[in-house]
Structures are given as C-alpha cells and as structure tokens.
Design a protein around this ligand. Structure first.
Ligand code: SAM
Length: 274
C-alpha cells in the first residue's frame, strides 16, 4: 500500500535507523517498560520499540495508516494499535486498559508539530503522568521548552513545572519524508513525581503565568493587573510580597518566583493583605 503523507496531520515520516535508535536510546528502555507512542505513522518507530520494551500502545489518528500498519507490522502481541485522536483519550487510562492494571509508563513519539503544546500539556496533566517523555519536536520549540530565565515562555514554565527537559539529539529536516521546513530535536523530559514547586492551586498558578505572559514585553505589574483584573496597587503589593520587582518582565521569572507570586496573589484575592 503506498502512503501519501497528509500535511494537515503533520505527517513527516522518519525511517533512518540511526535517528530512530537515538530516540529509543533516549528512553533508556528495559524489557519491562510500557510505552505510549503517539502517531506511529508508517510504523518505523514501532518497528524498533517492541523489541526493546514489554508493551507498546500506539495511537494513530489516520485510519489509512492504521490499515497500513496492521498489514506491515504483522502486529506482534507486544504492540497494540489504537485508532484515535490522542487529545481525546486519557493516556493513563488507555495504558491501564491495555496493561490490565495501572502501571508506570513512558511516552516515545515523533510528534505531529501542529499540536505539540496541547499534546505535552495533555500528557503532563494526566493523572498520574508518564514517568518519562521522549519526543521529537521542532528544534526551535525544543529550545523554548528547555529555556531558562530571562528567556522563559508559557511553554517553558508549563513543562518545567512538571519535569526536567533537555535536548538529547538533533535531526536535520532532510532525514524526514517529506522534509519539514525546519530542523527537529529530540527532547527528553524526566517527569517529577510531583510538581517542582508548591502552589496553593494549580489552576491559579497557570492563570497567573498566562496573565504574566499575556502582554508580551510588558512589565509584570501591568500585564498581571490586566490579565487577572486586579488593581495595580494589589498586584504591586503581591509582587513586592513575593520579592519580585514589579517592573520585571515575565520572561525573567524562575519557577520558584512564579510559585511565590501565586501564593501572594491568592492572598490578595482572598482580600487578605499579603
Ligand atoms: N512516528 C512516525 C515517524 O516517525 O515516521 C510519524 C510521525 S509524524 C511527524 C506524526 C504522526 O502523528 C502521523 O502519523 C500523524 O498521522 C499522527 N497524528 C497527527 N495528529 C494526531 C492525533 N491528534 N492523534 C494521534 N496521532 C496523530
């Protein structure tokens, strides 16, 4: 069966064994591992994974590819192909169903780039999340995920709240068919058993972060007052209480500072002077 890549589904296939093995190596696979793969595509990654892991559950949205995979891979018992949209399934529940009981699992995937951030959020917010995530993403996105102050973004804060990301390998665009417009990089995210910082309420934490980054290059005092609909006085008080100069910009804050700020904003919202 010949496969015509569908651009709208982010289909760029990787078949070079060198790069595929580097992705698998980055996941430190052992025979007991349970793996969730997102977008198996033409089946090149599932071809190297099941021999190294105990169980691979691969979710693919494209019905044509599922048919192709069933034919091509002669599905070994350790590989379960699931037709569906990863954003519509609870990843942890899916793994539990296939493993027969709740088990820790790793994610290994060459992600469809048009939904990189939603997929990462979906995985990191799963309950419990995977213990390790190894994903191929656009190189520029990989750098953003791993950024440090003063180059932080919502994406960097969101990923680093849950885990420790690092770039482990670079893949030039020419290694894919069809080649994407940019180079790619493999990011390994070691997920923490619980978030890196202690916050009063996770949704308030992300509300504060979104508000802070809401108006690019604005001083925090102004961006937060607008985004959280609080007075400049209240926000200035919260920032000062958290030990953060109100004139700083969101890109410069550390995770600890975002957490301290969330506690101070929670106090202001309750009407208590922090
Ligand atoms: N893993 C293959 C490889 O390395 O050659 C394919 C990678 S390709 C970049 C992304 C894959 O994700 C495609 O097979 C695409 O059909 C699939 N995909 C796109 N959106 C998806 C979604 N929402 N849920 C599951 N799979 C999706």
């Amino acid at each position: 069966m010949s496969i015509r890549p569908k651009k709208r589904l982010g289909q760029h296939f990787l078949s070079d064994p060198h790069h595929l093995n580097r992705i698998a190596d980055a996941a430190d696979l052992i025979p007991e591992d349970v793996i969730l793969e997102i977008g198996p595509g033409t089946g090149t990654l599932p071809a190297v994974l099941p021999s190294r892991a105990g169980l691979v559950v691969a979710v693919e949205i494209d019905r044509d590819l599922i048919a192709h995979l069933r034919q091509r891979l002669n599905a070994p018992p350790t590989l379960k192909l699931v037709h569906g949209d990863i954003l519509d399934v609870d990843p942890t529940q899916l793994i539990t169903e296939h493993a027969g009981r709740p088990v820790p699992y790793k994610v290994v995937a060459n992600l469809p780039y048009y939904i990189t951030s939603p997929i990462l959020r979906h995985l990191l917010e799963a309950s419990p999340p995977p213990t390790l995530i190894v994903v191929t993403v656009q190189e520029e996105v990989a750098r953003r995920i791993c950024a440090t102050p003063p180059h932080m973004s919502i994406l960097a804060v969101s990923v680093q709240f849950y885990g420790e990301p690092r770039i482990v390998h670079r893949i030039p665009r020419g290694a894919f068919y069809p080649p994407p417009e940019v180079d790619s990089a493999v990011v390994r995210i070691d997920v923490f058993p619980s978030p890196r910082v202690n916050v009063p309420d996770r949704s308030l934490f992300f509300q504060v972060v979104r508000a802070g980054f809401g108006q690019r290059r604005k001083q925090l005092r102004n961006a937060l007052a607008a985004g959280l609909r609080l007075s400049r006085e209240d926000i200035t008080r919260a920032l000062t209480h958290a030990g953060i100069d109100p004139r700083r910009r969101a890109e410069t804050l550390t995770l600890d500072e975002w957490a301290r700020l969330t506690w101070a904003v929670a106090e202001v919202m309750k009407g208590d002077t922090p």
